[in-house]
Design a protein around this ligand. Sequence first.
Ligand code: ADP
Ligand code: ZN
Length: 730
Amino acid sequence: MTLKKNLSQYFGYDTFKEGQEKIITAVVKGQDVLGIMPTGGGKSLCYQLPAIQLPGLTLVISPLISLMKDQVDALGEMGIPATFLNSSLDDVSYQKRLEKIRDNQYKLLYIAPERLCAPAFVDLVQQLEVSMVAVDEAHCISQWGHDFRPHYREIPDFISNISPRPVVAAYTATATVKVIQEIKVLLALQDPVESIIGFDRPNLLYQVVKTGDKLGYVKNTISHQFPEQSGIIYCATRKTVESVTEKLKSLGFLAGSYHGGMSPEAREQNQQDFINDRLHIMVATNAFGMGINKPDVRFIIHYNMPQNMEAYYQEAGRGGRDGEPSHCTILYSPADIVKQKQLIQLNQTSPERERLLFENLQYLVDYCHTNDCLRKSILQYFGESADYQRCGNCGNCLDQSEMVDITLDAQKILSCIYRMKNRFGLNMVISVLRGSKNKKVLEMGFDQLSTYGLMQAQSAESLREIIMTLVAKGYIVVTADEYPVLKLTPAASGILKGSETVFHKKHLLNIKAAKTKTPDKAKSLIDCDEALFEELRTLRRSIAQEKGLPPYVIFPDATLKEMAAYFPRSQAEFLKINGVGQTRYDHYGEVFIEAITDFAQNNPIAIRPRLEAEADPLETRIRQKDREERITKTPSWELSYDLFKQGLTVSDIAKQRELTENTVLSHLIRCDQEGKAIDWSDFVDVEKEVEIINAIGTVGLEALRPIKEALPATCSYADIKIVIHKNDLR
Ligand code: ADP
Ligand code: ZN
């Protein structure tokens, strides 16, 4: 019972996530555990909650320095005393912390593996009552994984010096059978209680996009689906990272880079800016991510092909740790495969390892070309079976388009490659098939081939798509020579002879049409008031800035969404929101309740029904009174107007009142409608106004977004609204 009480009191949750209760109960009883849970599964709680219950100190061994600080901050916010020791501390603060630890002031101590065997620390630990040692990212002990940390091997020795032996708990998200076995043996777990939650991450939408215009895709996706949201774009090389970052920046996005060639300070700065929402997009090589605990990453785009399925699962897995929907997209191009193959060859490992690497890469290539469920394909890789054919939430399951027979097209392409003697790359083959007058085509005499101009009517994109499909299906190989060359495989003869057929998704063959389709904005699991959610995010950001903490440490997105769905306006209501414990309520309850109440007064609101018992009648009466009291106050829009009259700009008012500029603007528009004097001429300059009116003339007034898209990035939604209002266009 106290477990549940503490879960609610400190963490603000009423129920456990899958697997948590089993682990936590076992630990509290003194049994070793091994918790294998996917990212976002809630591993931290599996040692944080027992830490509160157990009498002594809980040591958390983690390789992730930035994660330690975040978690310690977050625990502080929940009223749980915790600290960390790692290389980021100077000598004086290190000593001070040791003092406080000796003085039993903490329930949790996070420590980097390198520190474990420092004599001063070993000494200290022997004087303490250590109830539990939690090993986070336990797969780091295995040489088989990609995150091997030699110091993890010292953990068993370290533990053997603590008397009495504490409970040992190991947690990881990545674990193939081999790695699980190694963790158990190398950590010397004693008859551990195991909890293995599968690899599935249902909130991640996996998709593969084949586009000749990667940057255009990225730009469209971010601005339509994920405006102002956090995302990571993984690129294969430092050079690509830099060029993509520059391009995104020049388009007005808040993007930054992260790769091994940057100075540690510059990298750290960008990482901090990303964590604190000062940068929305992190463009990075795979050097970025280990230890990024940011829970609200809404999209992960692989600008280039990842190395293999395991790396992809890890990298994509950094999206949506908070359980909210996130999109994981691979932008596929055959050239990337060639690059990966070259990299494998360059590395010159043993022939056995090289074969394994090629096999792993091939799995990913097949993933990119399959028409089957992508989630299933990922789960199968990890040896997990799915009890469905289609998950309904991946690119392929959502795309139910018609399949067409492309055997004839395939024959034309294969015979063209054959006639070009298996010696040319993708673009050259396409040029010949489309009858290009390109100098090289003519020089080589390819205009004399019977296949020259045979597919003139088809777009280059469509031909590229078919060729890539033939590559994935094994009829063509792309060789990793000096430059990528298309060659027929023996399997191609089946198609050429007409004994085999090939099918393909119809709409992908008309790439142009498919590209103009704008996908919907990613939908949240909780249906909430988006405008209020945005306001609460702004409020959270300003509090976070003031306290020097990442915003999600204040409240996770899911918690803000609940607030924006249920409009809690009393302490009791607020405490019912998932993720609000007593300490967080004490810190932030009032300001958030005020923002919500304010919003509710100024906007028509619809409170979403919650599936639980109604609030008790006394509570309802208090709420009623509360509301009446507030209604007699000056309406919010008038407060904004008063400030405006005092000469403050919209942005100043927004800052002062902790509202968004949009809200302030709607306040002013409302006052204008009520007959209060407002001179709109100062708001938008004349040139901009003309541009906006012209854009409206072209795309109409039905929705703001098309207008915004028709304009340069310097025109904001606010500008458009003002011009519409000022000119009485609606
Ligand atoms: P992991 O370390 O496994 O990736 P975290 O410990 O970061 O996962 O937890 C992921 C998210 O789930 C966090 O936002 C956390 O607050 C939330 N969470 C954890 N336990 C619960 C619970 N019992 N109920 C609701 N949310 C939870
Ligand atoms: Zn699917």
